[in-house]
Design a protein around this ligand. Structure first.
Ligand code: ADP
Ligand code: MG
Length: 339
């Protein structure tokens, strides 16, 4: 990206569009600013629309991911945005740019990974666009989903007193990236597979999103694509509230902990600001916390984890090693320089 943009963050750029776009059609329920746009298509039905792009050298390295994994991931990160609204994904469109040096095996591998992910979530590939690209592979997926009006969960509904919960382990993807970049630290072959798979083939929590939506359990939700801190920040700013986040309570896998110990880093940082975990972060009224834990366990065999509390004060406090401190956001921003 041109140096000139580096002073401007990804979210400031999006803000420039958001301020100017002014959606006027009466069927627009939500426009820019959530995981999906929401359209009223008549009756109780709501149409969800999202699009997300993977760019070579920005999101992946060609020799660090197989074509099959790349196809899988390009769809799964989009399904995660449908999940984050409580929706049921229905259809996908693939627009991509391919460089001349790619071969047939790349195309069929990518196709097979994408279609495997589509089959797992009963999504149909219904169209797209195929073009040449001069130097980098680009894969942009757009996905449609559906939900009933009362089921849609936005980023806007968090209330003081709500419990902040995570739908699963965080930090594995950041740990997987650490391994993929061949940074220091060693783990067993099984841990290595787990961490790399979390990074290269993330599993969107579509079933969890549907369960929370159907039972009206969550007041606000987002998927963790930029790190727990950054994504919690999106929820609290959209909702006009703040939060206390207990970093000591973050669910971290034994594999991530083992790698962090060996590499001499803090595994919590992979969860807080690593990103790409694609687990759901959601807020639940305090009096429904027990019901939520029980429903996720009994219906999905899933242990969701309380990690914080929504507050009235409009900032985020983070507890680490028993001490509360003010937040410093270090999630991924495409135009700010990363370490
Ligand atoms: P997510 O991480 O859930 O994919 P993003 O942080 O990428 O969400 O985007 C935040 C919001 O900004 C979304 O509503 C997205 O659709 C919107 N957005 C991103 N880029 C643009 C753009 N160039 N024009 C209009 N809306 C955009
Ligand atoms: Mg999202």
């Amino acid at each position: 990206m041109a140096d000139g943009l580096s002073g401007l963050g990804e979210f400031e750029i999006i803000g420039l569009f958001r301020q100017a776009a002014e959606p006027g059609r009466r069927w627009v329920v939500r426009g820019i600013g959530d995981d999906c746009a929401v359209l009223d298509v008549g009756g109780k039905e709501r149409l969800l629309v999202t699009t997300d792009m993977l760019v070579e050298r920005v999101h992946f390295l060609r020799d660090g991911i197989t074509p099959r994994q790349l196809g899988y991931k390009s769809l799964s990160v989009n399904l995660s945005d449908i999940a984050a609204m409580g929706g049921e994904p229905t259809a996908a469109f693939l627009a991509w740019g391919l460089t001349a040096d790619l071969d047939l095996a790349f195309v069929t591998g990518f196709r097979d990974g994408l279609l495997q992910c589509a089959r797992e979530h009963r999504v149909d590939l219904l169209g797209g666009d195929t073009t040449a690209s001069k130097s980098d592979i680009i894969a942009c997926l757009s996905v449609l989903g559906r939900a009933e009006a009362g089921e849609v969960i936005t980023r806007f509904g968090a209330r003081p007193g709500d419990v902040v919960m995570l739908g699963g382990m965080v930090g594995d993807s950041g740990a997987g990236l650490h391994l993929a970049l061949r940074k220091s630290g060693e783990v067993s072959a099984a841990d290595r597979r787990r961490l790399l798979s979390a990074h290269l083939e993330p599993r969107p929590q579509v079933e969890l999103g549907r369960l929370l939506a159907k039972r009206r359990l969550a007041t606000a939700m987002i998927d963790v694509s930029d790190g727990v801190l950054q994504d919690l920040y999106h929820v609290v700013t959209a909702s006009g509230v703040g939060a206390d986040l207990d970093a000591d309570a973050l669910p971290l896998s034994d594999a991530a902990r083992a790698l962090a110990k060996s590499a001499g880093v803090d595994a919590r940082d992979w969860g807080l600001s690593g990103g790409e975990d694609y687990v759901l972060l959601f807020c639940v009224p305090q009096d429904r916390e027990a019901e939520t834990l029980a429903a996720c366990q009994s219906e999905l065999g899933l242990r969701v984890v309380p990690v914080g509390r929504v507050t009235q004060k409009k900032h985020i406090r983070v507890r680490r090693n028993g001490t509360w401190g003010e937040m410093h956001i270090e999630g991924y921003d495409h135009f700010k320089r990363q370490e």
